[in-house]
Ligand binder design. Structure first.
Ligand code: NAG
Ligand code: NAG
Ligand code: NAG
Ligand code: NAG
Ligand code: NAG
Length: 353
């Protein structure tokens, strides 16, 4: 049907007016909903993204935990991404974020816009993702009842020149030994369910051969290796070597405990006290290793690097805490967009991922 010019013009005007009214209402609604407390308006943002998950109110008994030792009150967006990704990929697990209650150093009490966005994201994780909880505690108390307690109480651990790192290394092992579960560094992006991981750690390829990282560790409570590891850590501790309670201590302890001089990947090692331990290949957690950290931040992504992540449970993101810019087309941004969409979009729109 053809409409005479005048009618057509009026119809277009009406449509235009209607569109204008809808737009105005929309802007108003947006203004009203963005009250100071909910600046990023998590609920609305969440609806725009995919519904989080169809939780049927069940937990599968899997504990996943993170540790933040600095004493800051909120996570950075990049840390929040780790928590969100773990919760999304493991909707039936319980995700716990242990945050230090007592800051040990002077942290800048600096209410920048970025902090505000970060705190809004942290609040969202706590309030809206059902399977995430945050515990604010004196985290060193978790060392009590472990071999590391004396080590701390007699002042040795306090001699560390990198106390945040060393405390985190110690506390994760104590918590694993006491509670079992999966410890993850906050700079991981989780892509798959982790419930098949048990008594396992991962190797990296592009570093020293047989090198085990401690950024991802899955153990059942009371696993004898963890007790052995804590005792070894005390001997391995060097106050001015930030790695001394981390990867090198874990690697040495496994070689000792399992009586080996190599650590073959994809292998179940039979170790002391009738226990066993599985060595994950680099693809599992550290497909892109520290030697190639640049890959995460380059504006162009190589398909070969995507393919490396195909068989990964998660990807540890090296240099995540360094503040390096994350271009929107980089591998890091693409992973964040896919696996922690709420955090990424909220922080990106405030230019603070
Ligand atoms: C923390 O900051 C205050 C004031 O800026 C200063 O007096 C104090 O010495 C600092 N403490 C440490 C442990 O750096
Ligand atoms: C606040 O943060 C900015 C940027 O992060 C920094 O340059 C500045 O020194 C900080 N101020 C204080 C008082 O910490
Ligand atoms: C170690 O340092 C913490 C915090 O600085 C302090 O509370 C604690 O008393 C120290 N412990 C020992 C044994 O020196
Ligand atoms: C994990 O390994 C322990 C042995 O250390 C075993 O008792 C437990 O059943 C295993 N858990 C799962 C979920 O396979
Ligand atoms: C290890 O297992 C063997 C047989 O399965 C058993 O005879 C032995 O007592 C166990 N040793 C320990 C330390 O549990």
């Amino acid at each position: 049907m053809r409409l005479p010019g005048a009618i057509l013009k009026r119809k277009i005007q009406q449509r235009f007016l209607l569109a204008l009214i809808i737009l105005t209402l929309g802007v108003l609604a947006l203004k009203i909903s963005s009250q100071p407390d909910d600046e990023t308006n998590p609920e609305e943002n969440l609806k725009k993204i995919t519904p989080l998950h169809e939780r049927v109110g069940k937990v599968n008994g899997l504990n996943i935990f993170f540790i933040e030792t600095s004493g800051r009150s909120c996570l950075t967006a990049r840390q929040a991404c780790g928590v969100e990704s773990a919760a999304r990929a493991n909707p039936h697990a319980s995700i716990t974020l242990f945050m230090e209650k007592t800051p040990i150093a002077n942290l800048s009490r600096n209410n920048s816009d970025k902090d505000e966005v970060n705190c809004a994201i942290t609040k969202f994780l706590l309030r809206r993702i059902e399977n995430v909880r945050i515990l604010r505690q004196n985290l060193l108390d978790h060392l009590e009842g472990t071999p590391l307690w004396e080590f701390y109480r007699n002042g040795l651990l306090n001699k560390s020149t990198t106390p945040l790192v060393h405390r985190s290394d110690a506390i994760r092992v104590a918590l694993l030994w006491k509670n079992g579960g999966i410890y993850l560094d906050l700079d991981c992006i989780v892509m798959r369910p982790l419930d098949s991981l048990n008594n396992t750690v991962g190797t990296v390829r592009d570093f020293i051969p047989n090198w085990i990282e401690n950024g991802v560790m899955a153990f059942s409570a009371g696993h004898p290796f963890l007790h052995f590891l804590m005792k070894s850590m005390i001997l391995a501790f060097r106050p001015d070597n930030y790695l001394s309670l981390g990867p090198s201590a874990v690697t040495e302890a496994i070689l000792d405990f399992c009586d080996r001089d190599d650590l073959p990947a994809n292998t179940l090692l039979f170790c002391s006290r009738n226990s066993s331990l599985f060595i994950q290949p680099p693809e599992s957690f550290y497909a892109i290793g520290s030697g190639r950290a640049d890959v995460f931040y380059q504006p162009k992504t190589d398909l070969a690097d995507w393919n490396k992540l195909k068989h990964s449970f998660l990807s540890h993101i090296y240099d995540s805490g360094s503040g390096r810019p994350v271009p929107p087309t980089s591998l890091y941004a693409q992973l964040a967009r896919d696996y922690c969409p709420f955090t990424y979009r909220t922080s990106e729109s405030h230019d603070s991922f």
